[in-house]
Design a protein around this ligand. Structure first.
Ligand code: HEM
Length: 206
């Protein structure tokens, strides 16, 4: 296992936030509606992890350090774990497990449909993120994993729909997302000065 310290660091840094927020909810410091705050923070965590995952390839190209790619899959899986927690939080704290309310909820909060589409795309990416799927799907694997940009678009649209009046945070996420997209465009990629590549890690390439 290459870069074990980095992997452990990523594990701790990603796992600590939901635990901290749960503790804060339990300690009653999240205001009058802790469930809603928890859902919001987990949603934002999903988006942040998505952006961090997408920045791994440009960082590897810029620095030549292969460790970025070694932790990319782990970060992507954490992004999926956060969205599962976000969805679970919604089901428990907002829907109250009352499935009969789902139809009314969808009419009241249509942005949930956009979030659900993003969730389904992340699910497809998570279940095919292993070596076996990579081998079986061959060149189609890379095409499928471009869905990550669709998730980014859906996640940003979902958030925009919710925050409408206060666009500051959304604009930061959207600008970083746009920059990462531009960095993946072939004419831009070709211009990025490549540092000599160091020895490749054992982690799978995407
Ligand atoms: C089935 C899937 C999903 C459901 C049911 C869902 C539901 C929700 C709900 C109900 C809220 C707002 C809570 C409130 O303030 O009243 C929310 C917020 C949020 N969601 Fe989702 N979501 C889903 C998927 C996603 C995905 C895939 C992303 C990102 C890629 C995401 C990112 C966010 C963000 C960033 C917010 C916070 C907005 C803020 O700052 O207030 N959600 N979600």
């Amino acid at each position: 296992m290459r870069y074990p310290f980095w992997r452990i660091g990523v594990f701790i840094a990603a796992a600590i936030w939901p635990l901290l927020w749960l503790y804060q909810a339990w300690a009653d410091v999240l205001g009058p509606d802790p469930g809603k705050v928890l859902v919001d923070r987990l949603g934002q965590g999903t988006l942040v992890l998505l952006l961090i995952t997408l920045s791994m390839t440009p960082l590897q190209k810029l620095t030549g350090w292969p460790g970025w790619i070694a932790v990319r899959r782990q970060l992507g899986l954490w992004c999926f774990a956060y969205v599962v927690l976000h969805l679970s939080g919604y089901t428990a704290f907002i829907l109250g497990f009352d499935w009969s309310q789902l139809g009314i909820e969808l009419r009241k909060r249509p942005y949930i449909i956009v979030g659900a589409l993003g969730f389904l795309c992340l699910l497809a990416l998570a279940v095919t993120s292993n070596r076996y799927s990579q081998r079986r799907l061959g060149s189609r694997w890379k095409k499928l994993h471009r869905l990550v940009y669709v998730v980014l678009g859906l996640g940003l649209l979902h958030m925009l729909w919710i925050v409408r009046a206060d666009l500051k945070e959304w604009a930061i996420y959207a600008s970083i997302g746009a920059l990462l997209l531009v960095l993946r465009l072939p004419p831009v990629t070709r211009r990025i000065p490549r540092l000599p590549a160091k020895k490749a890690p054992s982690a799978r390439k995407a």
